[in-house]
Ligand binder design. Sequence first.
Ligand SMILES: [Zn+2]
Length: 222
Amino acid sequence: MIPGARLVVLGKQGAGKGTQCVRLARHYVIPHISTGEMFRAAVKGGTEFGRKAKAYMDTGELVPDDVVIGVVRERLDQDDTKERGFCLDGFPRTVAQAEALEELLSPRGLDLVLDLEVPTDVVLRRLATRRACQDCGENYSIDSPPKSAWICDSCGGEVVQREDDNVGAIRRRLDLYEKETAPLIAWYMRADKLVAVDGIGSPDDVTGRLVRAIDARRARHA
Ligand SMILES: [Zn+2]
């Protein structure tokens, strides 16, 4: 069996992608690579890339392919991802990005692309109540807050509503997601890399489904 795993998790905003990627990263001992977190860190750090990315994120727009691919390429080039793999969260978002990823990963390629399926009305309700740690990005909600009032359980950072979690921006992101990722899902389906997983239920239930799907696929290729 090849150690680690090379995974992509797709799903609309609020489908629980971040939470599940953290869990998969622990399970398979691989880095969780969240482009959203990388962008937010760059914005916070005030880097040139951060300023560019912020202009797009503030309006709910996607950051352009060439910028995103450059950042991901740098991250995938590090030793931990080369040796163990990764769980990619927020990338690829377009067919052009998926093609660039295939090229970066050649010849081994991805193990599996998981599409976390959650209906839009459920996602809207989740996002309106979502809160996230400003420092590490850990997700909470009004229904499941951190143990002590809005201080992150993992790192002690401040837990807040993300600036881009307002209804207008959420709707724009969901519309963009549908428009941009429908061809991506079709593309991965044709490549026989895609498995759809039901994202409704407790985080443990969903993680169980994801791990079963990944292990079944890896057994097939072992
Ligand atoms: Zn934190």
